[in-house]
Design a protein around this ligand. Structure first.
Ligand code: MGD
Ligand code: MGD
Ligand code: SF4
Ligand code: MO
Length: 620
């Protein structure tokens, strides 16, 4: 029996389950190893921080245990009131990738779409880069893990793969691939790279366009490939003209030697470029993703990048979410939940599979939400659950049946429970059914059997998957491009028709001290505090900056939204002008760091510019 980890993670490890225990499968690409979270999963399931029963708040932070019947009654009474008094636009569902299962995340969205409730734009993580790359390639799908065998080198660009993507990293290392890595600080990933490149935040678009120009100047472009598989090359060539090595080095902070080493690396090894989701969360981030993704096209490599492969799996998540039949009445940017709460436009908020109070810019406003009613369905007492009006217990991925895909590899897994759901925890589909029933909601989206919907979404292969436990999905040919021209569009006609610049652009960042985030090995986003303790609220600064600002061990960090109090770590691996944080901590007073983080969305997919938050640090 197999179980796949459902966390929001590139790797989607597949485990073999034997007699109530799990071990990482020796299947490619899990390769028999996993991360510190995967190792702790079974132990964590028995944590005292689990929500075991439904609760209704009696006052803030104090809860009364209730039956499911009572909890559903309270939820539905309030939901009906909101719908009747202020319409479905006042009802918001906030859900993300806490569990990537089709029945845990996608299918329950149907309830809210059937009601025409407001939805978020799902922009927090990867949508900026996904939409940006699709402007040139039709979709963002790139190389699958098996394709790594075609490459003898890799560039890890804006991805702390040694920490956040251990199997992609592991395959590159085990295969002895040459490695280049581009980041804003000397991360663990860069320390292990043959060619480590440290740039200033938000300048990657200039670097990528400069690499393109230099490859063109050197005559290293595969003109046969360009002729057969691309359009718009001449316009691109003219566009990159201004990205001279001098200009690129000035804005990125690289020496000429470093810049040329990276160009040499591309020219000599024709590497796979792994583009991290983090790129979409900075200034010029969508444009950087566009420009980086076009480098392999110059070198004659079909889809020589990896960003997100979801669109290459043929899974119809829109169908599961019911978007063919009904949809949200309005969409709220994930970076502007705080503003929305302050405007008082929301009356009822239903959260599952995410912990917005900690993970969304301005999400801490959920603590001061006025009369808005908050319901949270989660396996743990998350920070959002702790301030909710109703808390509902959810089973973990090890405790329910589901179908799980990956945004990196092409294995589809049928998860069966390895252990009993504790207490009275009930699945998302079950809760959705109860709410619909109590509302008296009759809608074809609700009436369709969930497993039938899954079967439709995965192309009628559910019976086969059930039998096999795990199966490899077929992936589309690399040289098929879903653009209007059917080719890679250096000059994007899709961008033009959407009013975006047809060629990737670059605007010089303003500078100042920039708060940037990098992932951390013991937590997945806000999860695992109950197992490994809270994420330390430490900001890493260059010793020169810390001394220059006269900082002691604790500093006040102020952004445009407010202030937080953090620990100061002097770290020679961090360049001046950067405040680097590992993970998504709360500050020394328990205020989420996201209280000061930039919520402004990027132009293509709306992803908040979390990694370009201008801050001021002062002694506490
Ligand atoms: N251990 C662990 N693994 C995880 C997660 C976790 O929390 N913990 N989270 C999962 C999730 S949801 C995601 S989205 C991914 C995130 O994983 P990654 O895609 O690796 O993203 P981050 O770790 O946020 O950032 C990667 C690197 O980008 C760098 N960076 C920031 N701004 C810039 C820039 O302007 N230019 C360049 N070149 N680099 C920049 C940061 O310094 C950081 O080291 O990892 C997943 N895997
Ligand atoms: N400052 C800053 N903020 C960031 C980031 C950053 O780098 N810096 N990264 C951003 C990124 S990339 C992402 S993806 C987001 C992630 O933001 P979230 O999606 O909020 O991330 P998680 O912390 O993983 O929270 C998932 C929640 O789902 C719950 N959960 C797990 N399994 C299940 C289940 O089976 N059922 C239900 N009902 N719930 C379940 C968990 O207990 C947890 O409370 O954070 C973003 N926020
Ligand atoms: S969090 Fe990622 S690396 Fe860890 S078990 Fe899950 S999929 Fe694997
Ligand atoms: Mo993410």
């Amino acid at each position: 029996m197999y179980v796949a980890c459902t966390r929001d993670c590139y790797d989607t490890c597949v485990f073999e389950a034997v007699g109530g225990s799990i071990r990482p499968a020796s299947l490619f690409p899990t390769l028999g190893f996993t991360c510190p979270r995967g190792v702790a999963d079974l132990r964590r399931a028995d944590s005292p921080r689990r929500v075991l029963r439904p609760y209704v708040a009696v006052e803030e932070g104090k809860f009364r245990e209730v039956s499911w019947r009572e909890a559903v009654r309270v939820v539905v009474e309030r939901l009906r009131e909101s719908l009747e008094a202020r319409g479905p636009q006042s009802v918001l569902h906030v859900d993300y990738d806490g569990n990537q299962g089709l029945l845990t995340w996608d299918f329950p969205i149907r309830l809210w779409n059937a009601l025409r409730a407001a939805s978020t734009d799902y922009s927090i993580c990867s949508s900026e880069g996904k939409k940006a790359i699709a402007l040139h390639y039709g979709t963002a799908r790139g190389a699958f893990p098996r394709d790594m065998e075609r490459f003898r080198a890799a560039v890890f660009w804006a991805v702390n793969a040694a920490t956040s993507f251990i199997h992609g990293w592991g395959i590159a290392r085990r295969r002895g691939m040459r490695i280049a890595a581009v980041d804003i600080a000397m991360t663990r990933t860069l320390k292990h790279a043959d060619v480590p490149i440290v740039v200033r935040p938000g300048t990657d678009a200039a670097l990528a366009l400069g690499i393109a120009r230099e490859l063109i100047v050197r005559g290293s472009v595969d003109m046969d490939f360009v002729g057969r598989y691309t359009v718009g090359y001449e316009k691109f060539r003219a566009h990159v003209e201004r990205f001279t090595p001098e200009y690129v080095c000035r804005v990125t902070g690289l020496s000429r030697g470093e810049f040329m080493r990276l160009v040499d690396f591309y020219e000599e090894y024709r590497p796979l470029t792994v583009i991290g989701f983090a790129i979409g969360r900075t200034l010029n981030g969508g444009d950087a993703a566009r420009a980086i993704s076009l480098i392999p096209a110059l070198l004659g490599i079909h889809r020589g990048f990896y960003y997100s492969n979801t669109e290459g799996l043929g899974i119809d998540t829109a169908y599961l979410r019911g978007l063919h039949a009904s949809g949200p009445s309005r969409i709220i940017g994930m970076g502007s939940l705080g503003e929305e709460l302050r405007r008082g436009s929301l009356d009822f908020i239903y959260v599952w599979n995410s912990n917005p109070l900690v993970t969304l810019p301005g999400g801490n406003e959920l603590r001061r939400r006025g009369s808005a009613f908050l319901v949270v369905h989660d396996p743990f007492w998350s920070d959002t659950a702790l301030v909710a009006d109703v808390v509902l217990p959810a089973p973990l991925y090890l405790e329910k049946e589901d179908v799980v895909y990956s945004y990196w590899h092409n294995l589809l897994t049928y998860n069966r429970p390895v252990r009993q759901p504790p207490g009275e925890s009930r699945s998302e589909v079950w809760v959705m059914g109860k709410i619909a029933e109590a509302l008296g909601l009759k809608h074809p989206l609700i009436e369709e059997d969930p497993w039938r919907a899954v079967d439709v979404a995965i192309g009628g292969r559910l019976a086969e998957l059930r039998e096999r436990g795990v199966m490899e999905l077929e992936t589309p040919p690399h040289d098929r491009y879903e653009t209007p021209s059917g080719k890679i569009e250096f000059y994007s006609t899709l961008a033009e028709s959407k009013g975006h610049p047809p060629l990737p652009r670059f605007v010089e960042p303003p500078g100042g001290t920039v708060l940037v985030f990098t992932s951390e090995p013991l937590h997945t986003n806000s999860q695992f505090a109950e197992t490994y303790g809270p994420v330390p609220p430490a900001v890493r600064l260059s010793p020169a900056d810390a001394d220059g600002l006269g900082l002691g061990e604790v500093a006040v960090m102020e952004g445009s939204r407010g202030k937080v109090k953090v620990k100061v770590v002097r770290d020679p691996d961090v360049p001046p002008g950067i405040a680097l944080m590992e993970g998504i901590p709360k500050d020394l007073d328990g205020v989420p760091i996201n209280a000061v983080v930039n919520g402004e969305g990027g132009p293509y997919g709306g992803t908040p510019r979390i990694n370009y938050t201008q801050v001021r640090l002062s002694p506490a």
